[in-house]
Ligand binder design. Structure first.
Ligand code: SAM
Length: 248
């Protein structure tokens, strides 16, 4: 399969009202689009593990509005992002069908608006980044090989995070993993199931320790350097995240 066939044709989005900006973005001609979720503008380099992106081919899992896509591109990267298809929708935590059904309709709309925000920004920034809509657990070899794979705040939302790390580790020489920091899990290579019957956390599966990934990356033959901890802003509040960089 050629690249032209697997990458999405850019979607023309004329109206900013059709967009859900997950990230705060600064777009030429439009100004600052306030993100509904994260404002990473103050800490991009820490978020991305202070990795150098010039002339690097990057595989990005889950771009959302594309703030990191375009920041990596700005730093000289050639970015291919992987986003979930409309058919799959999300790795929904399997709560009873009756409860989940209430989520599906609104979620479908938000996901389309999220994708619109990526394409709106892509056009405003005249980006050359490519997007592949597909199954993150079965990435096609036609995507090619990469210098760096970036998994930013996505593994917590996925049923089988290690399969994603494994695939990225096979396709890239370096990997960058970013996730929420949970001090109570530190010291052991563990992950904890986040959903309970009470919290109805249908969109998030896991809390991870840093060692969980460091050890798995070591198993795969990656050397990991110091783990960065950084604060990022979510809906006006600061949260601590970690970034692990693995290199072969
Ligand atoms: C929480 S956002 C993180 C956005 C960005 N990577 C960052 O670090 O700010 C998660 C992204 O991963 C995507 N995503 C979630 N589950 C996915 C899956 N199973 N396959 C592919 N992408 C997925 C979401 O649609 C969204 O774009």
């Amino acid at each position: 399969m050629s690249n032209e066939k697997i990458f999405a044709t850019p979607l023309k989005v004329d109206d900013v009202a059709d967009c859900y900006f997950y990230h705060t973005m600064e777009l030429p001609g439009y100004g600052v689009m306030e993100g509904r979720d994260w404002d990473l503008r103050g800490g991009v380099d820490e978020y991305l593990g202070k990795v150098a992106f010039a002339r690097q081919r990057v595989l990005e899992i889950g771009p959302a509005s594309g703030f990191l896509t375009f920041e990596m591109e700005k730093r000289g990267a050639d970015v291919v992002s992987v986003e979930v298809t409309a058919e799959h929708g999300w790795d929904f935590v399997p709560y009873p069908a009756k409860k989940l059904e209430e989520v599906f309709g609104p979620r479908r709309i938000v996901m389309q608006q999220l994708k619109n925000s990526y394409w709106f920004s892509h056009a405003a920034l005249r980006s050359k980044a490519n997007l592949y809509y597909g199954d993150v657990y079965n990435l096609p070899t036609a995507l090619g090989e990469f210098d760096i794979a970036v998994m930013g705040s996505v593994l917590l939302h996925c049923r089988d995070p290690l399969r994603i790390v494994e695939q990225c580790g096979k396709m890239a020489r370096s990997v960058v993993i970013v996730d929420m920091f949970h001090p109570d899990l530190e010291g052991a290579p563990v992950c904890r199931l986040a959903p309970t019957p009470q919290n109805f956390l249908w969109h998030t599966w896991w809390h991870f320790s840093t060692k969980f990934f460091a050890q798995f990356l070591a198993v795969m033959g990656f050397a990991t350097s110091d783990i960065l901890r950084h604060q990022q802003r979510h809906r006006g509040k600061a949260y601590t995240l970690f970034t692990i960089v693995g290199r072969r």
